[in-house]
Write a protein that binds this ligand. Structure first.
Ligand code: SF4
Length: 298
């Protein structure tokens, strides 16, 4: 068996997402248990998704079309990426850009919330939502983001920087993507093709090679990617932006962070629970005292 499949098979996964890697820096064990016991789609996640959808609609880079299968889904994603990168070029801002890459031979994917042109460079922006309507009787300032929470966001945005860089520098090409995702066998469904007709999408760009070729070419042509990354915090209810945090990217430092994270996926070590000082997180974890008793005082 392919050694790389060990952990992925156990979690019934094909690739690793940027949120998986970010989740490892909250609690790796919680991330793993989420896959084993089924993940939850909370109210907070639903309103977060709504905020992201509204932001994407602001720059009109979505198409109303129903994918019938994985091939249709990949095509739709590529077409929307193309629109977002076009918007970045023409208006200086593009949103919801899906990026693929490879780390230690593992397939990695993620969706960049926003790319913005600032002073001749491209700045990566990650938007996080938080409820300012603190009902928990906490005396803490709801607008404050703890370092612990921010750590996961920093890892996520630094990963985007790395994936984008790999595409831009030709370390991850369309050919890599083509091989990894079996594009040669992909075929768009007839129903999807007729929807493309209705939307007036040019027949000349209906092939995977054409549309992805255009996307990869656009990324390769982007101006320099800034080392200063931006975390933007938005109120989940009102959409108000209440904090902006700059994160400096350092490739060597990030490589060390990734090396540590990948140790889990390669099966070199088991999933880690939170450290003692962060065992307060367990109070907010649905596995506490059930599937996970590491810090259970029961
Ligand atoms: S109970 Fe605590 S250590 Fe266990 S998975 Fe949840 S957060 Fe992690």
């Amino acid at each position: 068996m392919d050694a790389k499949r060990g952990v992925l098979d156990r979690l019934k996964k094909n690739s690793i997402s940027s949120t998986d890697i970010a989740g490892q820096f909250w609690c790796e064990l919680q991330m793993e248990l989420g896959y084993i016991h089924g993940r939850e789609f909370t109210e907070a996640m639903k309103s977060g998704k709504k905020v992201h959808k509204e932001l994407q609609d602001e720059v009109a880079t979505t198409i109303s079309i129903e994918p019938q299968g994985y091939a249709d889904f990949l095509y739709k994603e590529a077409y929307e990426n193309y629109l977002s990168l076009k918007s970045l070029n023409e208006k200086g801002i593009g949103r919801e850009i899906k990026v693929y890459g490879s780390i230690n031979g593992f397939k990695i994917s993620g969706k960049i919330d926003e790319l913005r042109k600032v002073g001749g460079k491209v700045v990566i922006v990650e938007t996080k939502t938080k409820s300012l309507n603190a009902k928990l009787g906490s005396t803490k300032n709801a607008r404050e983001i703890s370092e612990t929470t921010m750590r996961t966001h920093k890892v996520q945005i630094m990963l985007y920087r790395r994936l984008l860089d790999d595409i831009k520098n030709g370390n991850y090409t369309y050919q890599n993507f083509y091989n990894a995702y079996g594009i040669a066998k992909m075929k768009l469904s007839d129903k999807f093709l007729s929807q493309l007709d209705l939307l007036g999408i040019d027949k000349g760009i209906r092939g995977f090679n054409t549309i992805y070729g255009m996307v990869y070419e656009q990324i390769a042509k982007l101006p320099q990617i800034s080392d200063t990354l931006e975390l933007s915090y938005v109120d989940r209810q009102t959409g108000e932006k209440f904090a902006t945090v700059s994160v400096e990217y350092n490739k060597d430092d990030f490589d060390k962070i990734l090396f540590d994270a990948m140790g889990y996926w390669t099966g070199e070590r088991p999933a880690r629970p939170v450290v003692t000082e962060e065992s307060w997180k367990c109070n907010f974890c649905r596995f506490y005292g059930k599937e996970c008793k590491v810090w259970w005082k029961g």
